[in-house]
Design a protein around this ligand. Structure first.
Ligand SMILES: [Zn+2]
Length: 166
């Protein structure tokens, strides 16, 4: 993806107030972001560990979604699970159920959508083999090319952001 400025990121969030968007902290290493390795920017707010952010490039400019991660719970009985964006298989701690308030009035009334994503939101790096899941229990042979897997991930992500905005 192309580099995005801090201002464009703050202006991109569709499901939080302007005040909240102002208080979001960018990734600590934002200045060194390897944009060329990323299909979207995803990070945990360094000042608020239960808040995570996604910024997805698009024809109409970047689209930002604020996510909440649940409080840490006891390890689940799930032995492995799969990210719904990049379809990487992880041990249970490698995926997290993220919850996004819906955009607009529906979100202010408390409505939200949830989905399982890579806990570190580093789908782009898993797709490129630049990061490996810890203790991966399911090994899948992928016959698709990197471009095809990126297309699939971005389609999955677009379906999620559409639900947030609907
Ligand atoms: Zn993922």
């Amino acid at each position: 993806m192309e580099a995005i400025s801090e201002k464009a990121i703050r202006d991109s969030f569709v499901n939080c107030s302007k005040g909240e968007a102002t208080r979001i902290r960018l990734p600590r290493d934002f200045a060194d972001t390897a944009w060329g390795d990323l299909d979207f920017l995803g990070w945990t707010d360094p000042g608020a560990p239960l808040r995570a952010l996604l910024v997805v490039p698009g024809d109409d400019g970047p689209l930002g979604v604020m996510l909440r991660r649940p409080e840490a719970r006891r390890a689940s009985a799930l032995r492995s699970s799969m990210c719904r964006i990049c379809l990487t298989g992880h041990a249970s701690s490698g995926v997290t159920l993220f919850v996004a308030p819906l955009a607009g009035a529906a979100g202010r009334r408390g409505n939200s959508v949830g989905e399982y994503f890579c806990s570190d939101l580093a789908c782009s790096l898993y797709l490129r083999g630049k990061r490996q899941p810890k203790m991966r229990l399911i090994r899948q042979e992928e016959t698709l090319s990197l471009d095809e897997r990126v297309d699939r991930a971005m389609t999955n992500l677009a379906a999620f952001t559409k639900r947030v905005r609907s």
